[in-house]
Write a protein that binds this ligand. Structure first.
Ligand SMILES: [Zn+2]
Length: 379
């Protein structure tokens, strides 16, 4: 099949308005492995828009050469609702203006709805059970509410992704090195992806919490246990990851080209696309509960004392928060230190921060008791 482009209209939220998704398809419908890629689910995260923009012609070229073994679905922008949210000249992104919350939280747990479509139970035959669950998941998505524009939008994305072997959700952080999040059961795939894309930080979670888009797709495979007979023998047949392509301002053709080439290499390594890959040795992953998120107790002006990409020691000063209401500037500073030794890989881009704000992330090698399972992602 050659490259096709389709537009899907979203439910009109108000008279005279309508938004749409653009869907690029490569390879053969129904062929495996199936890869689903999307960019900027949070709307204000543009490095992924650039990366996928560069990836489309690469995939087109591979498709014309007959090198695509599986099926690839690519959404160059995932969230036209968020792209349309402007406030005073800024694009706040992340949260829906209509009160539906964070665009990348509270995606549905489809396990019970899918289980209802498998009353006969699984067979223990991996290939057959995988196909059965994928069909049931598509049914479950088809049954989702489409009452509002956001509901309809969520159902459209899931309808394209839920039966994929790989779901690659491309985001970015505020100021950061490239990093990716995925479930611990997929550590090997994540390492290959990191090696292919020159991504220094891989973060593995058992239960991150929050029901992100990648976890909605990948996590449903392990949530079937206890709902359907013989679900224990199901493979974790969907690799879902949140790929953070550096910081918000890291949007240029050099990064876009490099990131797209990395994604091509990854898809070659996974045999979605024919081609040569050398042995991909990724970095040693970190566990998400080994990542110190440093919060500021008080609001104020922040002065960073460490740089992104720096290895810091436990107790090392990361930043000072300056109380600009203090009478004496010399006594107005609160120090923020790292509680682990590791890589300082991300920080916020605001320099005037609010009390309680998470301002820096350091990936270390020791389990941090203050990090709570099931609540490892920030809002
Ligand atoms: Zn994001």
């Amino acid at each position: 099949m050659s490259h096709t482009v389709e537009k899907i209209a979203l439910k009109s939220p108000a008279p005279g308005t309508e938004r749409f998704l653009t869907i690029h398809r490569f390879g053969t419908i129904g062929a495996r492995p199936k890869v689903y890629l999307q960019a900027a689910l949070h709307a204000d995260e543009w490095p992924g828009l650039m990366a996928l923009n560069h990836l489309i012609p690469m995939l087109d070229h591979a498709d014309k050469a007959g090198r695509i073994v599986g099926e690839i679905i690519l959404l160059p922008y995932a969230n036209p609702i968020g792209l349309d949210q402007r406030l005073g000249g800024a694009m706040p992104g992340r949260y829906s203006f209509d009160g539906a919350g964070n665009f990348n939280r509270n995606w549905p747990d489809l396990s019970a709805a899918a289980a209802a479509h498998i009353p006969q139970g699984f067979t223990g035959n991996t290939g057959q059970d995988t196909a059965t669950l994928r069909a049931a998941l598509l049914q479950a998505v088809a049954d989702l509410s489409t009452r509002t524009e956001i509901d309809h939008w969520r159902a459209q994305l899931l309808g394209l992704s839920i039966d994929a072997d790989y779901v690659i959700d491309v985001h970015c952080d505020q100021e950061s090195q490239a990093h990716l999040y995925c479930h611990i059961s997929h550590a090997d795939i994540a390492k290959r992806m990191a090696a292919a894309g020159d991504i220094p930080v891989v973060l593995l979670e058992e239960e991150a919490g929050g029901f992100s888009f990648d976890d909605c797709n990948a996590g449903v495979w392990r949530r079937m246990t206890g709902l359907v007979d013989q679900a224990e023998s199901l493979p974790m047949a969907c690799y879902g990851c949140t790929l953070e392509l550096r910081g918000k301002d890291d949007v240029n053709d050099v990064f876009g080209q490099k990131d797209a080439a990395g994604l091509m290499q990854f898809m070659i390594a996974e045999r979605v696309i024919q081609g040569d890959t050398s042995n991909l040795e990724g970095p040693e992953p970190y566990r998400l509960d080994e990542v110190d998120v440093i919060y500021a107790e008080t609001g104020g002006l922040i002065a960073y004392k460490a740089e992104i990409g720096e290895y810091v020691q436990e107790g090392q000063l990361i930043a000072e928060v300056i109380d600009i209401t203090a009478s004496d500037p010399l006594t107005a500073r609160t120090q923020l230190v790292s509680r682990t030794a590791g890589l300082f890989f991300a920080r916020i881009d605001l320099r005037l921060i609010s009390a309680g704000e998470g301002v820096a992330k350091v990936a270390g090698r020791k389990l941090l008791e203050h990090r709570k399972k099931g609540a490892l992602l920030e809002a």
